[in-house]
Design a protein around this ligand. Structure first.
Ligand code: PEP
Ligand code: MG
Length: 320
C-alpha cells in the first residue's frame, strides 16, 4: 500500500486501475532538461526546436544540430522516449532563410510542415538537414528518438513527411515518425492518416483550439475562446482518440491542455495515452490520474464532450 502511494507520487503515469499513461515533458532546448529529469518525466513528448533557428541569418549547420540533439538525447536513459518536433516556421515567426512571403493571416498561412512543401519545395533542404541531424544524433543514444511534423492537415502531407524522413534514414517502419494533429482537418481524418505510414500522432491542443474556435491564440481580445475545454475541441480529440485506437497507433497530447489535471483525465477518457507538459505540472497530473480509474475518465469525458460550452464541460467533468 505504501509502495502504491509512493508510485503514485513519483512513478510512471497510470490510472488507479493500472492503465499506463506516459507522462512526458515539453522542452524548448537543453536548458530545460534538468527540470524534466527532476519531474520524473518518462521522456520528452515535445522537443520544440525553433530556438536553433532564431536570431541567426543562416540555418543551423548539420554539425551544430547534431551536437545539441545529442546533448538532449544523452540526458535520457533506456526505456525513455524523446519526441523531436521539426521546425515550426511561419510568417508569425519570420526567419530570414525560410522564404515564405507576406501574409495577411499568418496563422492560416504557410507554416509548420507547409513551409517546406510550398513554393515548389524551395525550403525543403532546411528540413532535410534537420532530419539528417536528428538521425545522426539518435544513432548512438539510449532513448527512443521519435520525430514529428507540425501543422499537418491530411494524409498526403503526412505521407510526404514519412517519405522524406525515410530517405533521411529515420525509422518510419518502426513507427517512430509521426505528425501533430493541430487542425480540425487532421483530427477528423486521423483514421486515414494513421492507416498510412504515420507511426503516431500527438495532438497540439493550443493550435487545435485556435483553429476550432477560429480565435487567434495570440490575440487577447479573443483569449476567452482559446479554451481546450470547449466541447467542440473535446469532440475532435475524441475523434482522433478513436482513430488511434482503431489503428493501434500511439496517440498523445502535447499542448497546454495536458497540464490541467482534471482535463488530463478527460483526455485519457477520450483515448489519449501519453501526456506531455511543462515539467512543473507532471506531479499534479500524475496524482489526478492515480485517483481515477479508466472507467471514471471515460465517463468524465463523455459528460464533458457532450456539454454545450467550455464552462459546462468543466462542471460536468467535476460531477462524480
Ligand atoms: C500546440 O499547438 O498545442 C503545440 C504543442 O505547439 P505550439 O504550442 O508550439 O504551437
Ligand atoms: Mg502548435
Amino acid at each position: 500500500c505504501a509502495d502504491a502511494a509512493a508510485a503514485a507520487l513519483t512513478g510512471p503515469g497510470r490510472t488507479s486501475d493500472g492503465t499506463p499513461v506516459k507522462l512526458l515533458a515539453n522542452i524548448g532546448g537543453p536548458e530545460d532538461v534538468p527540470a524534466a529529469l527532476v519531474s520524473g518525466a518518462e521522456g520528452v513528448g515535445l522537443f520544440r526546436t525553433e530556438f536553433l533557428y532564431l536570431d541567426t541569418d543562416e540555418p543551423p549547420t548539420f554539425d551544430a544540430q547534431v551536437k545539441i540533439y545529442k546533448e538532449v538525447f544523452d540526458a535520457f536513459g533506456e526505456d525513455t522516449r524523446v519526441v523531436v518536433r521539426t521546425l515550426d516556421a511561419g510568417a508569425d515567426k519570420p526567419l530570414p532563410f525560410v522564404r515564405l512571403g507576406e501574409e495577411p493571416n499568418p496563422a492560416l498561412g504557410v507554416r509548420g510542415l507547409r513551409a517546406f512543401r510550398a513554393f515548389g519545395g524551395r525550403n525543403e533542404a532546411i528540413l532535410r538537414t534537420q532530419l539528417l541531424a536528428i538521425r545522426e544524433a539518435a544513432g548512438t543514444s539510449a532513448p527512443e528518438v521519435w520525430v514529428m511534423a507540425p501543422m499537418v492537415d491530411e494524409v498526403t502531407e503526412a505521407e510526404w513527411f514519412c517519405e522524406l524522413a525515410a530517405a533521411c534514414g529515420l525509422d518510419v517502419a518502426g513507427g517512430r515518425v509521426g505528425i501533430m494533429v493541430e487542425t480540425p482537418a487532421s483530427a477528423l481524418t486521423a483514421g486515414a492518416i494513421l492507416a498510412g505510414r504515420t507511426g503516431f500522432a500527438s495532438i497540439g491542443t493550443n493550435d487545435l483550439t485556435q483553429y476550432t474556435m477560429a480565435a487567434d491564440r495570440v490575440l487577447g481580445a479573443v483569449g476567452a475562446l482559446q479554451d481546450p475545454w470547449h466541447p467542440a475541441v473535446l469532440q475532435l480529440i475524441g475523434a482522433a482518440g478513436s482513430a488511434g485506437a482503431a489503428a493501434g497507433k500511439p496517440l498523445g497530447v502535447c499542448g497546454e491542455a495536458a497540464a490541467d489535471p482534471l482535463l488530463a483525465c478527460v483526455l485519457v477518457g477520450l483515448g489519449v495515452r501519453s501526456l506531455s507538459m511543462a515539467p512543473s505540472a507532471i506531479a499534479e497530473v500524475r496524482a489526478a490520474l492515480a485517483a481515477r480509474s479508466l472507467e471514471d475518465c471515460t465517463a468524465m469525458a463523455a459528460r464533458a464532450a457532450g456539454s454545450a460550452t467550455a464552462w459546462d464541460a468543466r462542471k460536468a467533468a467535476l460531477r462524480s
